[in-house]
Write a protein that binds this ligand. Structure first.
Ligand SMILES: [Fe+2]
Length: 372
């Protein structure tokens, strides 16, 4: 019986980007998040700038280097472009979680440390993940201030008008890895974090006429709402979208973060009005098939079609989802918007074909579809 790490749930996700200010503005305007924290020279941090963006339980941080000496951030962005540097798990006891994780094979990235100021302290430690990412353990039970020491109220007077999007919390975080790395990282998360493999998509499960991938979903065994799918490319006629990611990101890393809503039509409508680009809508036949399956869903299929929302009926309940186009310059990181209905536990396997065909159309436009 493996020891519990005391995982409560996801905490924050931090991106390293070229310009934190621009990226924060986009998240506020397009995603409807609020800029609720800031860290930079004015708060005593001299080599980087970070903005905290929040809504309901969502905590995203966008950070950029403001000195060439900050090699950690600038080298990450130079190599990968804008991307997720770390995602954090809220744990009851950082040192305990870290010690157990290390004993179980976790690769250390940062040893447990207290970050203190007049508002109290935050404890953090981190493990290595994929090529250049980190899993952070965090506890801020003893901290009354904004986010963590080094952060304060945003000093910028940016008045951003947008349609409210109603985004609630992180549902799952997905990694893309190289051929033969999926099992390595799935085992790593399972052993280190007391996770288990929950769903497996093998050869032939996820493929279009042209390309394919393998996927495993691991989740916390401790009942915490933490799920991490891991994808690897699989041999097909054309280049797998996972291979495109690996080439363009220059390594393995985080592919997408899925965020929940309790009214996906409203959310997608608002995000479209705010200027978010989504993957192209599936063909008419997709919605025809939904109707023909005759399964009862609360939503009107014509409405789903209007907003281009996908609906997956696999397993228990059903889920509604939609994927944005890559949010930055490289075809790498994107967001998923998801609404789970009636206890749906899946990840949209029934939609993979429609989704991948849509990605393939974009891949073709980028000239990344044919193998070299
Ligand atoms: Fe997903």
């Amino acid at each position: 019986m493996s020891q519990s790490l005391g995982i409560i749930g996801y905490d924050f996700v931090e991106f390293y980007v070229g310009s934190a200010k621009m990226c924060a503005y986009w998240h506020a305007k397009a995603m409807g998040l609020k800029i609720t924290g800031y860290s930079g020279p004015e708060t005593g941090v001299r080599d980087r700038v970070s903005y905290l963006l929040t809504n309901n339980k969502i905590k995203f941080v966008v950070t950029s280097a403001i000195k060439p000496s900050n090699y950690e951030i600038s080298s990450f962005v130079q190599k990968h472009g804008d991307g997720v540097k770390r995602w954090a798990l809220h744990v009851k006891d950082v040192k305990k979680a870290y010690d157990i994780a290390l004993k179980n094979g976790g690769i250390p990235s940062r040893t447990p440390k207290k970050y203190e100021n007049e508002s109290g302290y935050v404890e953090e430690a981190a493990l290595k993940l994929y090529d250049d990412a980190e899993i952070v353990f965090i506890n801020r039970d003893n901290y009354k201030g904004i986010f963590r020491p080094g952060f304060g109220e945003p000093i910028q007077k940016i008045n951003i008008e947008c349609e409210p999007t109603g985004l609630i919390e992180v549902d799952h975080i997905v990694g893309n890895v190289r051929v033969n790395e999926m099992n390595l990282w799935a085992n790593y998360l399972n052993e280190t974090l007391n996770f288990e493999t929950f769903i497996e998509f093998g050869e032939g499960d996820i493929s279009t006429k042209y390309s394919a991938l393998l996927s495993k979903v691991v989740r916390s065994k401790e009942g915490a709402p933490v799920k991490n799918p891991i994808n690897e490319p699989f041999e097909g006629m054309k280049k797998s979208q996972i291979e495109e990611y690996i080439d363009e990101y220059v390594g393995s890393g985080i592919q997408h973060v899925a965020i929940t809503t309790d009214n996906i039509m409203k959310t997608i409508d608002a995000m479209r009005k705010n200027g978010v680009e989504f993957l192209t809508t599936p063909p008419e036949t997709y919605y025809q098939m939904l109707k023909e399956k005759g399964i009862k869903i609360t939503e009107d299929v014509a409405e789903l079609k209007k907003y281009g929302i996908l609906c997956d009926l696999e397993g228990k309940g059903y889920l509604l989802q939609l994927f944005t186009k890559p949010i930055s310059d490289r075809p790498t990181f994107f967001y998923e918007i998801i609404q789970r209905r009636e206890g749906a536990e899946g990840f949209g396997q029934g939609n993979f074909q429609a989704l991948f065909e849509s990605i393939e159309r974009d891949q073709m436009l980028r000239g990344n579809f044919d193998k070299e």
